[in-house]
Design a protein around this ligand. Structure first.
Ligand SMILES: [Fe+2]
Ligand SMILES: [Fe+2]
Length: 150
């Protein structure tokens, strides 16, 4: 059975160029990892794609947290906890691959990673973007380049 992979779409564009580009990259890395998990890849190739996904994720989440902090986003603490949850999921996947190669099905991976990513961006990142747009500070305008909403 084929799995409909979760993808980035304009519907979840935050309007912040940097963050949107990172989200697109994150989905692509995730798709590459799922593809690697389904193909005839060696454990080593799989490890390389998963390591890359973990590193990319780490960089993006740190970037976002620093950015929200500079914007004085009031829900940063909650947002950070959601990020930790995702990192924990990735570590769990890594451990599983380490112990029993190929044990996680693409469908399950898609739910754990793609599903989380999509709902996190659609709800929490969008909420932050909305707040930042409506609470302009010098840094918000410089970094987001966003027009204020009416
Ligand atoms: Fe994000
Ligand atoms: Fe986020």
């Amino acid at each position: 059975m084929s799995v409909q992979l979760t993808q980035w779409s304009k519907k979840i564009a935050t309007g912040n160029k940097e963050i949107d580009e990172q989200h697109i990259g994150l989905f692509q890395t995730f798709i590459d990892f799922i593809a690697a998990s389904r193909g005839n890849n060696t454990a080593n190739q799989l490890k390389t794609t998963l390591d890359f996904l973990m590193q990319y994720t780490q960089e993006h989440l740190t970037y976002e947290e620093n950015y929200y902090k500079r914007c004085n986003y009031p829900k940063l603490k909650e947002h950070r906890e959601l990020h930790s949850e995702f990192k924990q999921n990735l570590r769990l996947i890594k451990r599983t691959y380490h112990n029993e190669k190929g044990a996680i099905e693409a469908k399950k991976l898609n739910e754990m990673l793609g599903g989380w990513l999509l709902s996190h961006i659609a709800v929490s990142d969008m909420e932050a973007a909305h707040w930042i747009r409506n609470n302009p500070t010098k840094i918000n305008f410089i970094n987001a380049g966003l027009p204020k909403e009416d």
